[in-house]
Design a protein around this ligand. Structure first.
Ligand code: GLY
Length: 422
């Protein structure tokens, strides 16, 4: 099977690496890829927001399967154009990708499906912003209603900061979603979905704030670990049966069946799991850790979703132990990142590249999240040690990373909240 991967992040690098370990995958290419992916497989520049350009790339490569990593091409309908051209595709239609592309759509699906989520209101008129803010907070959760790569979200106890963020979005014509704050540890549960069939991967936890101890602004994600020692199997199962399956059924009922990876981001509070967001694709950086533990060959798994035969896929197999991923970010990320800095030491299977490029034969930074390092070991403490040893071997002037990825879990400091007295 020849597989074309679409995207240029560390998530796509992780997907490429897992596909390389699948004996049934004979060749892999990635568009547009990055400098690290180019060291592993063929890459070439393609505008991945253009269905016609991706179809041309798939034809050029004679792809048997196209795997779309990022949300933007999915929301723009690139999977639809590929399917119309006769390709097998891992990734939802534009209509189904609205579960991520429009938070208002996602809220409506959840409401009809009976899935717990934060109370929310859309504000699109600046004159109504103050009275809407008065109905929320503290803590205020202010989101861009569209795609914002994780950076459109401000969670703050400071009403003025919440107002400023909402006003900035309204000023550029973006509707704002105000949400009640969901307390409790967060879980990212990725589920393979083909219409009504749902197969969960291992639960993971992302670290979204830029600094240690969850300090500073939100980012696309600074690190993740899997599995979650503090999440019991019963609660994980309840996310599948009480959240993802009802949403999958509601999408089918609406005539927009989901096919691909449905990512449920949840907070586990005293009332149980509640949805923070849905995404229509593998999460980054969680994927780098989750795929590091998957031993079932990935190509066959993704092909089963694309073909609608997930119900016939044997149970997924996982390596025992833990995996973590730590993101190395460029100077000034998540603001405007500095690019063009030389990177050394980032060669080997534990490095998954994102914002990297070759300039005059030298590896340089080319984006905010520059690369991920992955550590795998028999326990979380060992996986942390493995990943941070790998991070110590990399040098990027001005680069920064969190030192506490998975630390609270490794030290047993995370627990699922329970009702007082229960
Ligand atoms: N880990 C956050 C995201 O992929 O959106």
């Amino acid at each position: 099977m020849r597989v074309l991967v679409v995207g240029s992040g560390a998530r796509e690098h992780a997907i490429v690496r897992s596909l390389q370990a699948d004996p049934d995958v004979t060749d892999i290419a990635c568009v547009p890829g990055n400098a690290g992916i180019a060291a592993d497989v063929r890459v070439w520049p393609v505008d991945v927001a253009s269905g016609a350009a991706v179809v041309a790339a798939a034809r050029d490569f004679e792809a048997d399967l196209v795997v779309i990593g990022p949300e933007v091409p999915l929301v723009l309908g690139v999977a639809d154009v590929l399917r119309e051209a006769g390709f097998a595709v891992f990734g939802p239609s534009a209509a189904a990708a609205r579960i991520e592309g429009s938070k208002a759509f996602a809220k409506d699906v959840m409401s009809v499906a009976g899935v717990r989520t934060a109370h929310s209101e859309i504000v699109d008129n600046p004159a109504l912003l103050d009275e809407a803010l008065d109905r929320f907070g503290p803590t205020w959760v202010v989101k861009d209603d569209g795609l914002a790569a994780g950076k459109g979200v401000v969670v703050t106890t400071d009403r003025a900061a919440a107002r400023d963020h909402a006003a900035e979005l309204l000023e550029i014509g973006r509707p704002v979603l105000l949400e009640s704050f969901l307390d409790g540890p967060e879980v990212s549960l990725f589920c393979l979905v083909d219409g009504l069939n749902v197969v969960p991967l291992l639960p993971a936890q992302d670290h979204k704030r830029v600094g240690d101890g969850d300090a500073g602004p939100n980012t696309g994600g600074m690190g993740a670990y899997t599995p979650l020692p503090w999440l019991d199997a019963q609660t994980a199962d309840s996310i599948v049966t009480g959240v993802v399956e009802p949403v999958a059924r509601e999408m089918v009922a609406r005539g927009v069946p989901f096919s691909g990876l449905l990512y449920a981001g949840l907070a586990i509070g005293v009332e149980g799991p509640a949805v923070v967001e849905f995404n229509c694709r593998f999460g980054d950086p969680e994927t780098q850790a989750v795929l590091a533990l998957l031993t079932t060959p990935l190509g066959g798994v993704l092909r089963a979703v694309a073909d609608g035969t997930l119900d016939r896929l044997p149970a997924l197999q996982w390596r025992d132990g833990s995996a973590i991923t730590v993101v190395l970010a460029a100077n000034n990320y998540p603001g405007t990142p500095r690019t063009g800095d030389p990177i050394t030491g980032a060669t080997g299977p534990e490095y998954m590249h994102a914002g990297t490029a070759l300039r005059d034969g030298r590896l340089v930074s080319a984006g905010g999240r520059v690369l991920s390092v992955v550590g795998v070991a028999d326990d979380l403490a060992g996986a942390r040690a493995d990943a941070y040893a790998a991070m110590d071997r990399v040098h990027l002037p001005g680069g920064h990373f969190r030192t506490d990825i998975g630390l609270a879990a490794a030290e047993g400091r995370i627990s699922v909240p329970s009702r007082a007295g229960s």
